[in-house]
Design a protein around this ligand. Structure first.
Ligand code: NDP
Ligand code: 2IT
Length: 461
C-alpha cells in the first residue's frame, strides 16, 4: 500500500519529470540535428529530476530553461595560407555558456569533426564540471574544424594567429579564459598567446591556461587531467578497499590525457597494456613503455603504430574500437566522445572490468553507461573524473593573478585534494537524492546545485 507521504513524493517526481521533459523537447526543437548536444543534455536533465522534485523554486525561476541556452555563441571565419600559398578557410567557434559562478572557462578543440553540436555538448558539460572543481569558473568551450595533423609548425602558427585575431575580441582574463583540448597543446597555446599579447599590447597572463612554464604556465597542468582521472578512480577503488596495485589497465588515446593517465597508473603499481590513436591500438603484454609513447606523440608527432618498431614483441592492430576487447580490470577512455558503445561496454563487463574512469569528455554512449551501472561497475563520469585539468587551469589563473608560481608538489597536492572532494561530493549527492553509488547522478547534481543557487540570487539574467 502507498502511504500518503509516498504518494506526495511520487506526485512531486511526476511534476518534476514533466517539467524536465518539456524543457528537453524545447532543446530538441531549438537545436535540431545536434545529436552530441542532445546526448549531453539528456544525461544531465534525467539526473536532475529528484532535485526539481525537492526544490520546485528552481522550476519557478526557470533555471533549466536558462542554463541550457548559451549566454552567447560566436562563430567566425578563419582564413589562412598554407606553405604553398594556397588559401584555406576554417570555421571558428566559442560558446560562452554560463558565467554564473565565474568567467567562462574551457578548452579549444582543433579537429575536423568540430561543429556547433560538439562545441555545445562540451560547453554544457563544462558548466557542471567547473562547478564541481570548487573553483570560481563558469562554463565555455571553443575550437575549429581545422586539422593540425600533417601541417607544418608555420602553418599551425598562421592558423592560430588568424583564429586569435578574431577570438581576442571576446576573451580576457576576467571574461573568458580558453585552454587546450584535442589538437590544442603547448605549441598552439604559445602561438595563440603571442598573438593575443601582440594585439592587446598588454601581458595579460591569465587570458589562456596551459601556457609554457617559462611564460606563466603552471607546473602540473600538463599532467593534471590524466593524473586527476587516476586519482578519482583510486578514490572509487579505495571505498571498496581496493587499489590500482597489480591491476591490468587499458587506456584509449595517446594524447595529453592518455599519456599522464598511463604515467600515474604505472606509479600506482598497475600495468597498462594498451593505448591507441585514431588509426589503431597497440597491445604490449609487458606493460606500455611510456617513454616511447611520449617520444612518438609529444616530440615526433608520429602514429602509435610505430611503437612496435621499438618494441617488436608488442602488437599493433588497425582500427581503434577493438581496444575494448582486451580483458582488463580498469578501463580509462581518454580519446574522444562516444568511443565506448553498448556492445563494447558489454564486452568489458563480460571480461570482468571493475572500474571505468572517463578521462575523455562523454566517451561512453548513454546505452554504455546503462550497461556499466546495471552491472555494478564503478563508473567515474567525465565531468567528475576529468575535472583535474580545468581545476589546475584555475590554479594557473590564481598564480597568474598573484604573479607567483607554486612548486609541482604544491599544485599536485591541491589537484589531489580537489579530486578527492569531487569524489565525496558526488557520492554524497547521489546518496542524498536517492541513487547511492551512481556517480553520474551525483556529479550532475553536485555540480548543478552550486550554479543553480548562484543563478537564484542573481536575478533573471
Ligand atoms: P590530444 O589531442 O592530446 O589527444 C587526443 C587523442 O585521442 C589522440 O591519441 C587522438 O588520436 C585520439 N583521438 C582524437 N579524436 C579521435 C577520434 N575521433 N577517434 C579516435 N581517436 C581519437 O587531446 P587530449 O588528450 O587533450 O583530449 C582527449 C580527451 O580528453 C578529449 O575528449 C578531451 O575533450 C578530453 N579532455 C581533455 C582535457 C585536457 O586538459 N587536455 C581536460 C578534460 C578532458 P590521433 O592522434 O590519431 O588524432
Ligand atoms: O574539457 C576540459 O575540461 C578541458 N579541455 C580543459 C579546459 C581548461 O580550461 O583547462
Amino acid at each position: 500500500m502507498t502511504t500518503l507521504l509516498e504518494k506526495e513524493v511520487n506526485e512531486e517526481m511526476e511534476i518534476a519529470k514533466g517539467y524536465v521533459d518539456g524543457v528537453y523537447e524545447t532543446v530538441l526543437k531549438r537545436n535540431q540535428g545536434e545529436s552530441e548536444f542532445h546526448q549531453a543534455v539528456k544525461e544531465i536533465f534525467d539526473s536532475l529530476v529528484p532535485v526539481f522534485a525537492q526544490h520546485p523554486e528552481y522550476m519557478k525561476a526557470g533555471i533549466l530553461e536558462r542554463i541550457v541556452e548559451p549566454e552567447r555563441i560566436i562563430t567566425f571565419r578563419v582564413p589562412w595560407v598554407d606553405d604553398q600559398g594556397n588559401v584555406h578557410v576554417n570555421r571558428g567557434f566559442r560558446v560562452q555558456f554560463s558565467s554564473a559562478i565565474g568567467p567562462y572557462k574551457g578548452g579549444l578543440r582543433f579537429h575536423p569533426s568540430v561543429n556547433a553540436s560538439i562545441i555545445k555538448f562540451l560547453g554544457f558539460e563544462q558548466i557542471l564540471k567547473n562547478s564541481l572543481t570548487g573553483q570560481p569558473i563558469g562554463g565555455g568551450k571553443g575550437g575549429s574544424d581545422f586539422d593540425p595533423k600533417g601541417k607544418s609548425d608555420m602553418e599551425v602558427m598562421r592558423f592560430c594567429q588568424s583564429f586569435m585575431t578574431e577570438l581576442c575580441k571576446h576573451i580576457g582574463q576576467d571574461t573568458d579564459v580558453p585552454a587546450g583540448d584535442i589538437g590544442v597543446g603547448g605549441r598552439e597555446i604559445g602561438y595563440l598567446f603571442g598573438q593575443y599579447k601582440r594585439i592587446r599590447n598588454a601581458y595579460e597572463a591569465g587570458v589562456l591556461t596551459g601556457k609554457g612554464l617559462g611564460y606563466g604556465g603552471s607546473l602540473a597542468r600538463t599532467e593534471a587531467t590524466g593524473y586527476g582521472t587516476v586519482y578519482f578512480v583510486q578514490e572509487m577503488l579505495k571505498d571498496q578497499e581496493d587499489s590500482f596495485a597489480g591491476k591490468t589497465v587499458v587506456v584509449s588515446g595517446s594524447g595529453n590525457v592518455a599519456i599522464y593517465a598511463i604515467e600515474k597508473a604505472h606509479q600506482f603499481g598497475a600495468k597498462v597494456v594498451a593505448c591507441s590513436d585514431s588509426n589503431g591500438y597497440i597491445y604490449d603484454e609487458n606493460g606500455i613503455n611510456l617513454e616511447t609513447v611520449k617520444q612518438l606523440k609529444e616530440v615526433d608527432r608520429k602514429r602509435i603504430s610505430e611503437y612496435v618498431n621499438a618494441h617488436p614483441h608488442a602488437q599493433y592492430v588497425e582500427g581503434c574500437a577493438g581496444i575494448w576487447n582486451i580483458p582488463c580490470d580498469i578501463a580509462l577512455p581518454c580519446a574522444t566522445q562516444n568511443e565506448i558503445d553498448e556492445a563494447s561496454a558489454k564486452v568489458l563487463v563480460a571480461n570482468g572490468v571493475k572500474a571505468i574512469g572517463e578521462g575523455a569528455n562523454m566517451p561512453s554512449t548513454l546505452e554504455a553507461i546503462e550497461v556499466f551501472l546495471n552491472n555494478n561497475v564503478l563508473f567515474g563520469p567525465a565531468k567528475a573524473a576529468n575535472a583535474g585539468g580545468v581545476a589546475v587551469s584555475a590554479l594557473e589563473m590564481a598564480q597568474n593573478s598573484q604573479r607567483i608560481a607554486w612548486t609541482f608538489e604544491e599544485v599536485d597536492a591541491k589537484l589531489h585534494d580537489i579530486m578527492v572532494n569531487i569524489y565525496h561530493n558526488s557520492k554524497n549527492a547521489a546518496e542524498k537524492y536517492g541513487c547511492p553509488g551512481n556517480f553520474v547522478v551525483g556529479a550532475n547534481i553536485a555540480g548543478f546545485l552550486k550554479v543553480a543557487n548562484a543563478m537564484m540570487v542573481q536575478g533573471i539574467v
